[in-house]
Design a protein around this ligand. Sequence first.
Ligand code: PLP
Length: 402
Amino acid sequence: TSATSSHLGGIQVAPPDAILGLTDAFKADKNPDKMNLSVGVYKDASGQTPILRCVKAAERHLVETEATKGYLPIDGGPDYRDHVRTLVFGSEIDSTRVCVAQTPGGTGGLRQAAAFLADQMGPTRVWIPSPTWANHKAIFASEELPIEEYRYLADDKKSLDAAGMLEDLRTRSKPGDAVLLHACCHNPTGVDPTLSQWKEIASVVSEKRLLPLIDFAYQGFGTGLEEDAKSIAEILSQVDEAFVCSSFSKNFGLYSERVGALSIVSADAKTSVSVQSQMKRLIRCNYSNPPRHGAAVVAAILDDADLTTMWHDELNQMRTRIKDLRERFVTTMKSTGAGHDFSFLLDQNGMFSFSGLNPMQVDELRNEHSIYIVGSGRINVAGMSENKMEQLCGAVAKVIEG
Ligand code: PLP
């Protein structure tokens, strides 16, 4: 059929998702020693992405007690929303200023935030860090929001270009622009501002009257649940309004259940009522209302003191294991004698780090050693394993030495 007589015949093949495409290649690879350090999921020592014990317990409880699969409210259940508000903002915040909507994952939260900016405020120009999670650009572009980049990673590819970031926001942004910030565990670099740098960022956001749009996909993976929220508290100590997109994919291991939230903080309760109503209107014509199961699991855990303690323990284990893998990688790389110091990985947070490997070295790792990492050199540290560390470091040493 020619494109002129067919409605669909002229459609071109879209490029595959850069990261999920790598997973397809990984699955097809026959090498038994292959390693996937690309996609951002946590793996335990046996290479599995486990269901947390607290989640299993909550699910058993739900099977016994859940009475309906009727629709949830457009913005999710009130119990879940209260828990999200406390996790993100602590118990001190005036709850009448915060409206929370349960969303399908952190991605759903970001997309609803973008829809809100496009529909109610704009279209607002959005500043994103360079680099950032690849999906950020696509999400804001889908709502036709203009996008600008601010400097983030320094030229050494290991540290924050704080001066560049502050200068870009101070001199290039205009009042009313939104600025996307990663609250902790910056993806893809693992490089986070210190608390005193957050103070400076908050000052610029306040001076320039920018709207903070905070991506909080890794709460608990940096230093701890409360510690990781300090960046948000710092911002809110200097400005009255903010958007926060939470994801419970990583910290509850609920990836495929699609559990997240969009919280919008307003200056006063009256504004918050209007904001909540518009947020609901926008959700209604998108996915109508959120899925029940994952959010019910989260709420069941946070409603129960024992399950909450169990969750804290399991989250701490994931976080400390990743830190331990960072240390093992650095010391094992030292012992290869490859002469490349990776100790900067120890200063970085969360699942990811920029390894500094160039695209040629990344290709060679894949082609010669069946080790899959993203072309930018981003490594998912949480995908490493203790028993394959020698193999990994040996291969990295080989590609570095050329
Ligand atoms: N934001 C960042 C920075 C992420 O890394 C991710 C997941 O990889 C998300 C948002 C989205 O998370 P979810 O899977 O909950 O949609």
